[in-house]
Design a binder for this molecule. Structure first.
Ligand code: NAD
Length: 479
């Protein structure tokens, strides 16, 4: 296949400059997807300057006109569905049906965000003095940095970009060097639908590029998705010049299966949440907390599903699971499972490499017999690995659910209203599900976590505007 070349996008110009990184196809490393330039301090500064120069003109367009442009971007993405899906699959490795689903979801999120242009609301407030208007209104922050991971190469850059644009901010996107080409395609479409040069800029690169971008004093806010470790660094660097930071971080999400649960539905939901996208999502199910009376049967059902899943490259239409993103990720996941096994845990299924030899494929893995607090039960693995722990009393299930640093999603299978009520009141997680899979909410719902999973307003909802705007008040004497 043709090898691609990523370019920075600065003030409407595609620029090829900087040290080069090579990006391999994770499902077949013989396929060099292309080269990615690393923006140095000079290029990062140029990208920020481009965004800074047009920030007033973009703000002056007003939210309705900006929303209309985001609607056109959604339509352009829809029109390019097949080529975008193929690009996502090539750089990420996920099956094409998952990539098409990602494109479709992106279109829905952008369509919703576009409508926020007509709902760019402030408030009217009571006044203490007669014939006085008191009100609040929203205003864009200015230049915002959007720093993204590789696991949703289109959806995450787009769901940050759309509300930022509707809000009236100008942007510098710093995509992951493991998924640069789809983000660049998004930026190219933004330019093509008439979003003016300088409003959407792309500075490719790695941690060095991201660090330089966050430290630029002209950057008013940073919306970041990635690991907790990087998130801490980003928040610290942003705070040094009082820029806002929105952090969307990792997860260690549990599915609790009560004694009265519909086990077929629970097993299907766990398989989807744990193994779908090869476990590479922040809301992935990585723990099952099963009532002791049903744990054995549930594990059998889960293992049947794990063994039946077809792991393979996206070019094979029968593939249901793709590879891990790179060799480092594969080694990390295999190592985490091996260490659990060395510590006495039982690998019930999986735990090894699989699939075509030239890709980073890992078999869907179920591990049980772990001590409370064992690393595999509390640390994010970001692969197709799920642990099973048992409980007798629901209090223990809640303690296990809440006994991790993370709080992205939590799920319960039960038919009992009281159990459900306890779960909804006590589960420490941002996205709760009952009798549904722990992944996949609706495009207009807030995407958020608690504890170490999130800092700042939610994404993908009306709340998304809160991060990219600031409120101002006005009092007006009309006497
Ligand atoms: P990562 O933290 O390694 O990198 C994320 C981005 O930050 C990349 O673009 C990277 O180049 C950049 N970066 C790295 N160091 C930086 C620094 N010091 N300053 C500024 N930028 C820097 O994460 P990843 O491996 O790309 O993604 C996987 C992680 O993302 C997982 O922990 C996963 O749970 C999380 N994630 C969270 C969500 C969510 O919505 N909460 C969604 C997807 C992924």
């Amino acid at each position: 296949m043709t090898s691609l070349r990523a370019h920075h996008l600065i003030d409407g110009e595609f620029i090829d400059a900087g040290e080069e990184l090579t990006k391999h196809n994770p499902s077949d490393v013989r396929d060099v997807v292309g080269t990615v330039p690393v923006a140095d301090a000079h290029l990062v500064s140029a990208a920020v300057a481009a965004a800074f120069d047009v920030r007033r003109a973009w703000a002056d367009r007003g939210p309705v006109a900006r929303g209309a442009l985001v609607a056109r971007l959604a339509q352009a993405i829809h029109a390019d569905r097949d080529s975008l899906a193929a690009l996502i699959s090539r750089e990420h490795g996920k099956p094409e049906r998952d990539s098409r689903a990602e494109v479709d979801r992106t279109v829905e999120i952008l369509t919703f965000a576009a409508g926020m242009g007509r709902r760019y609301e402030g408030r009217t407030l009571p006044a203490d003095t007669p014939r006085t208007l008191a009100l609040s209104s929203r205003h864009p922050l200015g230049v915002v940095a959007l720093i993204t991971p590789w696991n949703f190469p289109l959806a995450i850059p787009a769901w940050k970009l759309a509300p930022a644009l509707v809000a009236g901010c100008t942007t510098v996107i710093k995509p992951s060097p493991l998924a640069p080409f789809t983000a660049q395609a998004l930026a190219r479409l933004a330019l093509a639908v008439g979003i003016p040069p300088g409003v959407v800029n792309v500075a490719h690169g790695d941690a060095r590029t991201g660090e330089t971008l966050v430290r630029d004093p002209r950057v008013a806010a940073v919306s970041f998705t990635g690991s907790v470790r990087t998130g801490r660094e980003v928040a610290g660097a942003a705070a040094a010049h009082l820029a806002r930071a929105q952090l969307e971080l990792g997860g260690k999400n549990a599915v609790i299966v009560a004694r009265d649960a519909d086990l077929e539905r629970a097993a299907a939901a766990v398989a989807l949440g744990a193994f779908g996208q090869s476990g590479q999502r922040c809301s992935a199910t990585s723990r099952v907390l099963a009532h002791a009376d049903v744990a054995e049967r549930l594990v059998e059902m889960l293992c049947e599903r794990a063994k039946a899943l077809r792991v393979g490259p996206p070019t094979d239409p029968a593939s249901e699971l793709g590879p891990l993103i790179d060799a480092t990720s594969l080694d990390r996941c295999l190592g985490a499972v091996q260490r659990a096994s060395d510590g006495g845990a039982e690998i019930v299924v999986g735990g090894a490499r699989t699939g075509p030899g030239h890709g980073h494929f890992m078999a869907p893995t179920v591990v049980r017999g772990l001590e409370d607090g064992a690393p595999l039960t509390v640390t994010e693995v970001f692969g197709p690995v799920v642990t099973v722990q048992e409980f007798e009393h629901f209090d223990r299930a809640m303690d296990l659910n809440n006994g991790v640093d993370y709080g992205m999603s939590a799920t319960l299978f039960t038919r009992d209203l009281t159990t459900m009520g306890t779960f909804l009141a006590r589960a420490e997680a941002g996205m709760l599900h009952v009798n549904r899979p722990g992944v996949g909410a609706f495009p207009h719902m807030p995407h958020l976590g608690t504890k170490a999973s999130q800092l700042g307003p939610a994404e993908c909802s009306t709340e998304a505007l809160d991060f990219f705007t600031e409120l101002r008040t006005a009092t007006i004497d009309v006497s």
